[in-house]
Unconditional design. Sequence first.
Length: 325
Amino acid sequence: MFTPKTYTVESVTSGHPDKMCDQFSDAILDECLRQDPFTRAGIETFGNHGLLVIGGEVTTKADFNAEEIAKKVYNEIGYDRDFKVITGIIRQSPDIAQGVDNGGAGDQGIMYGFATDETPEFLPLSVVKVHALAKGLENLRKQRVVDWLKPDGKTQITIENGKIKTILISTQHDEKITQDEIKQQLIEKLVKPIIGDISGIEILVNPTGRFVIGADGFEADAGLTGRKIMVDTYCGLIPHGGGCFSGKDPSKVDRSAAYMCRFVAKNLVANGFAKQCLVSVAYAIGKAEPLMVEAIDENGESLADLVKSKFDFRPNATSFSVRCN
């Protein structure tokens, strides 16, 4: 029901500019939550050719240095060049706080969660494989199995009639290695161990013929928190409400309610109520009770009554569930 005959899924590595910004935002949030579990935060970062801008809203008792945290993450990812940092973090709007303080949602919006019995991860096999390729790129680099790999990379799989048609890998690399060597090594050390039999599969590696520029993470492309929301969820196979996760504490329903929907969908599938399940919820800012809770199985049948009887989607409840699971 949820999967077309032909489709493509994508993943990225930690050195991708957008994903770096996600990590900066989450690292700042993590430090605030470490010191003050009741922190409220919405941290946004923007990277652009030697410049990082960190903004957003925070209400916390934590004492933190956003610039130092971001630079530490930057080095851990694998980059070592210096860059300028501009910070502009302010206190959360009291207009929003007056609704959230009473247990209401911090914003309006729609969130989705999905699960399928196709894999032990309760995700489509293509999604599992494309993320495995991205993680494999990371492992080859971090474990120094391949010494010419750099942090930035993307993986992509196209499926046609249930079979892999094309695999695409774009990876930042050392200038001294040839594209033929890159393709050969990645097929042997990455693609075959994860995919298995590759007969009949078109494999594309760095289709422009070169991916060297980008030595500081933002040299070739700018980055922005929340611009990889499909990679963070179901690779475009399932609807998305549009709100990103990174930099947002559990009181933000963009994050906690999406996690809750996924949690509910997994439980419905794991307990045999559906083979595939899509759960959706919607909120009004400042209101605790959701405007909508829906769950449908692979046949389009509603499981909403069951879900409403077993799960609490009020923001304080979803926030608690996210903290405990």
